[in-house]
Design a protein around this ligand. Structure first.
Ligand code: R5P
Length: 297
């Protein structure tokens, strides 16, 4: 039978596009909480001997992880062939070492859990920093899709004379790649993180770029403070209002409104996490990788 897609946390448009690209069915299921907060799950589609693709972006992972693991467990009891996880945003990638004595390296623990319940993993630009590859922590076959080509295309279609700016050394891997593909200059700044909501970013050297449109690019926009600190520097230098591009727009702490009020020209994200700022559609890239690596084999 055809593979089946489960849109576990209602990513609607993304799920429909992926299913359409793969010509597969979207499963019917019920996921709800009992009054005491425990999870109820029931799969209504026939799963017997089928390849299952679970679409589940994992922002706010703590509320999602139990339903996700219970789903995988339920699917196994229904006799599925394999279960793949398509997590366009993969959580728990940033605590990738023990920064202070006594801390848990949660990126490893999260990877162990998912590797136990799923047969393969597809994700978009996970925050790989000290872990150079997902294989260091995930024991299942995995595929990382890069958003850089789609971001470069968006820039080429929408911005004249762009200057790409990465707020920290970690962003260089994304910014450099986009800059090359968009044939645009780029600068990488230095960031010092003083706390969850406190960051300092160095002042860019922009003498040669005053007529350019600054585009700030980061993989994750969480509290927005990394971008807010960068915007502050650009405002002091009297640059044009910047465009902010995030691959994964989490927008914790009303970050979206804070960024809009800070005077940005536009905030653009990819559709790894559903949000009104989604302008970069990655459904084709996701479907294509799933098809080539996991469905046709
Ligand atoms: C970390 O280095 C990431 O690349 C992002 O810069 C970071 O997650 C952004 O977080 P926030 O929006 O809370 O500053």
């Amino acid at each position: 039978m055809n593979p089946l897609l489960i849109d576990l946390f209602e990513q609607g448009n993304l799920a429909q596009s992926i299913a359409a690209h793969l010509s597969i069915e979207i499963a019917n299921f019920t996921l709800r909480n009992f009054p005491d907060g425990e999870t109820y799950i029931k799969i209504e589609s026939n799963c017997q001997n089928r390849e299952i693709i679970v679409l589940a972006s994992l922002e706010h992972p703590n509320v999602k992880i139990l339903p996700l693991l219970f789903l995988a467990r339920t699917l196994h009891t229904l006799g599925v062939k394999r279960i793949g996880l398509c997590a366009p945003y993969l959580a728990y990638m940033r605590q990738d070492k023990q920064f202070n004595a006594g801390e848990g390296i949660t990126s490893e623990y999260f990877a162990e859990l998912l590797s136990h319940y799923f047969d393969w993993l597809v994700t978009i630009d996970p925050h790989l920093h000290r872990h150079l590859s997902l294989n260091e922590i995930y024991s299942i076959p995995n595929t990382v899709i890069h958003a850089a080509p789609a971001i470069a295309k968006w820039i080429a279609n929408n911005v004249k004379n762009p200057l790409l700016i990465g707020p920290d050394m970690e962003s260089e891997q994304w910014v450099k790649d986009v800059a090359k593909k968009a044939n645009a200059p780029y600068l990488i700044l230095e960031k010092v993180r003083l706390g969850d909501r406190e960051v300092n970013v160095s002042q860019p050297e922009i003498e040669a770029y005053h007529s350019h449109t600054p585009i700030l690019i980061d993989d994750i926009i969480s509290t927005g403070h990394t971008l807010l600190a960068t915007i502050k520097q650009l405002t002091q230098l009297k640059m044009k209002p910047p465009i902010c591009i995030g691959i994964h727009g989490i927008f914790a702490d009303e970050a979206y409104d804070k960024l809009l009020h800070a005077g940005v020209a536009q905030i653009v994200t990819s559709n790894t996490i559903s949000h009104p700022s989604n302008q970069i559609d990655l459904s084709f890239e996701i479907a294509n990788e799933i098809k080539i690596r996991y469905i046709l084999v």
